[in-house]
Design a protein around this ligand. Structure first.
Ligand code: GLA
Length: 405
């Protein structure tokens, strides 16, 4: 009898360890899509803004295009109570987080929240250090679906173990929550985070400009082009795939760049299989911004079932040529003009056999013919039998989907 009890205890222990040894799987089989408060609102947030944004997303076509998460970033916090449980700011979130998640869920959307692995958040609010299990329990109780977990005030901490602690805490709290790792790529999370989180930031913070560095003194934030080229994409793309994505930061579309720049920004995030997290005020955007954010054919490139992160195939003067293998032997190709002036391009398909060694795809245009679809014009523009000639405006793209005939 004693032996049976011992055996049962061991089985139970192994079972518990097994549960504790995994992230919630299958929550991000394609890159997460949603909205986050930080890029536009920074700390000026409250429950009315969040509800208003959810109303918009549910009714303006974004939800139908695949956007799902409404993510509250830094500065939602109030104080910890005497037992250590965190509460939202009573001034800015007077109805509480459970009421807010009920509201967001009633719109067919999900709610995300933000915390920090250190003692304080980047905005100086209470961090989760030492309170990981309590915070995870609180988020689960509130009905939270997504956690962005930042890396300020973490002196002396090791990233992998620290993120693992939060993964375990979320697991123990029992509610499936997407874990978004945000340590800016400083500790190369692509090497260790596949089993810990569903996405990890690869760069410093994005800035609302196409080609610039914004110097904050001890750190910088970066324009779209700087983000795209900040890390070695060939290294990064090996580690991205369903349920574990590289995250080049939330989008700045609709926050003040030109339409061309916004279009190029969105196209490149799709080519990189990046999470598509809008960062503008959805309640006040113009028709052009909405059209970019809801371009279903571009989104289909991002959300493609193979989950392959694109790569730079070649450069032609100011134009970089990015490609992304897609399901059914299709291929996305994006001519990104990094210069301010128009670029005349000529691309002879038959002289370019595109090979993705990593994923084992070859596109030989002498052997197979493909149709060309312009994903922004939303028109078929020809075939690969003839060289492509086009003008790509400055800071803009020509983005095509090729389909095998
Ligand atoms: C860091 C993150 C940003 C944002 C702010 C909030 O800088 O990288 O995305 O969450 O903190 O303070």
């Amino acid at each position: 009898m004693k032996q049976i009890k011992l055996l049962l205890s061991i089985v139970l222990l192994l079972f518990t360890m097994q549960i504790g040894a995994q992230k919630f799987e299958g929550l991000a089989l394609t890159p997460p899509m949603g909205w986050n408060s930080w890029n536009h609102f920074a700390c000026e947030i409250n429950e009315d803004i969040i509800k208003g944004v959810a109303d918009e997303m549910a009714s303006n076509g974004m939800r139908d295009a695949g956007y799902e998460y409404i993510n509250i970033d830094d500065c939602w916090h109030g104080e910890r109570d005497s037992l250590g449980f965190i509460h939202p700011s009573p001034e800015h979130f007077p109805s509480g987080m459970k009421a807010l998640s009920d509201y967001v869920h009633s719109k067919g959307l999900k709610l995300g929240i933000y915390s920090d692995a250190g003692w304080k958040t980047c905005g100086g609010h209470p961090g989760s250090r030492g309170h990981e299990y309590q915070d995870a329990m609180q988020y689960a109780k509130w009905g939270i679906d997504y956690l962005k977990y930042d890396w300020c005030f973490t002196d002396g901490l090791k990233a992998e173990g620290t993120y693992l602690t939060m993964r375990e805490a979320l697991r123990a709290a029992g509610r499936p929550i997407v874990l978004s790792i945000c340590e800016w790529g400083d500790n190369s999370p692509w090497f260790w985070a596949t089993d810990i989180g569903h996405l990890w930031r690869t760069t410093g913070d994005i800035y609302n400009c196409f080609d610039c560095e914004y110097d904050h003194g001890s750190w910088s934030s970066w324009g779209v082009l700087q983000i795209i080229d900040q890390r070695d994409n060939d290294t990064l793309r090996k580690y991205a795939g369903p349920d574990h994505w590289n995250d080049p930061d939330m989008m700045e579309i609709g926050n003040g760049m030109s339409v061309n720049e916004d279009r190029a920004h969105f196209s490149m995030w799709c080519m990189l299989a990046a999470p598509l997290i809008a960062g503008n005020d959805l309640r006040k955007m113009n028709a052009e911004t909405l059209e970019i954010l809801t371009n279903k054919e571009a989104i289909a490139v991002d959300q493609d079932a193979l989950g392959i992160q694109g790569f730079k195939y070649m450069s032609m003067d100011s134009v970089d040529v990015w490609v992304k293998p897609l399901a059914d032997n299709d291929l996305a190709i994006c001519f990104l003009n990094k210069g301010k002036n128009n670029a005349e391009i000529e691309f002879n398909w038959k002289e370019n056999t595109i090979v993705d060694d990593l994923k084992g795809f070859t596109y030989n245009f002498s052997e197979s013919e493909y149709t060309l679809r312009d994903l922004w014009l939303k028109e078929d523009i020809g075939k690969t039998s003839k060289p492509l000639k086009a003008t790509v405006p400055g800071y803009d793209v020509l983005m095509l989907r090729l389909s095998d005939i």
